[in-house]
Ligand binder design. Sequence first.
Ligand SMILES: Cc1cc2nc3c(=O)[nH]c(=O)nc-3n(C[C@H](O)[C@H](O)[C@H](O)COP(=O)(O)OP(=O)(O)OC[C@H]3O[C@@H](n4cnc5c(N)ncnc54)[C@H](O)[C@@H]3O)c2cc1C
Length: 371
Amino acid sequence: MPDLHPAPAELPVEADAVIIGAGPVGLFQAFQLGLHGIHSHIVDALPHSGGQPVELYPDKPIYDIPGTRVCTGRELAQSLLEQVAPFQPTMHLGQEVTQLETQPDGRFLLATSAGTRLLARTVFIAAGVGAFQPRALKAPGADRLEGGPLRYRLGDPAQYAGRRVVINGGEDAALDAALALAALPPPQRPAQITLLHRRDVFQAEAARVDAMRAAVAQGAISLRIGQVAGFDTAPPEHHEAADGDASPLMTAVRVLDADGQERAMPADQLLAFLGVSPRLGPVTQWGLDIERKQLRVDTESFSTSVRGIYAVGDVNTYPGKRKLILSGFHECTLAAFAAAELISGQPVHLQYTTTSPRLHALLGVATPQRD
Ligand SMILES: Cc1cc2nc3c(=O)[nH]c(=O)nc-3n(C[C@H](O)[C@H](O)[C@H](O)COP(=O)(O)OP(=O)(O)OC[C@H]3O[C@@H](n4cnc5c(N)ncnc54)[C@H](O)[C@@H]3O)c2cc1C
């Protein structure tokens, strides 16, 4: 995955607000902060925003978002992104926040798995049920190949030029990867692209499935129905990895085909997209008050036990807490007021988006003329 990540900056990026988690609540937190003139940086372990609704139920209907009769998980994320767009939050995707430390001047230093460092005046933990991590492939010998011939992220598609690539999975991420490789111009394109899925039914957006079927019909992608049963590898002494990668060389993926027979499919690279599972991990190690793996907050400001660090959405707990998107939206509204007062050092009065020229200016919309 190193190709995804920029080199660590010398000095941390200074920020008024850093939001950990780009789920629905993290996105709405950035919107609420924007209404106070506070710019946000948002970090998420996933390579895209949307949290649980996009990762766990992208095409399922949600019926209890205020003012929206029904929308899918993916549509909710899309409209939250459109709503926050005027405030242009800086997105740091595909990286987990691993460290959060209070500095002597009261600010907070955050570090991510990609080496990004942020020095923040306020932090909003909107980490939901945890950072989503790719599910590992369970097949004999898989662990020895991870990071080399077996990967869980696509990275730079050009690195697979001329190679025989097998993509395992039936969800959006697998189809996206196969289509991205098939779209490369010939010198950069893999020699062979095979999409391997356990059945000929795909849990992906209809348009993606159509595009994949068209690419299969044109011969750009081969579709194979079966499961990974193991690997054929060359003994380590038979190859010397140029980049110091100590993984054995993979020569074939062993596939349990739909007829129950196991066969070797010659391949150099396996990209497995088997969904994700959440891991709360580092959030529990930042010295904040915790109750049954959730952050304790007060319900006036949604502050954690550390002043300047707020917790909103599924990650927090308080008497009467309900893990609903609507509850998270309320929480981040009050947290934004509290943070605005902390940053400005003065009381912040409520203004309506309907009538406030200041809010109109922040939103980049025209103030209606009086009659
Ligand atoms: C099947 C299903 C159906 C649901 N239906 C409804 C419904 O109809 N209505 C409703 O109100 N709610 C519903 N929910 C609940 C709803 O999805 C959650 O309440 C909501 O997603 C919480 O939003 P969040 O932003 O707090 O957290 P999440 O959506 O979990 O997002 C948190 C994000 O933080 C990231 N993250 C965590 N830790 C880190 C870290 N250290 N570094 C970087 N990133 C990190 C994660 O990768 C994730 O993207 C449903 C849930 C499920 C599972």
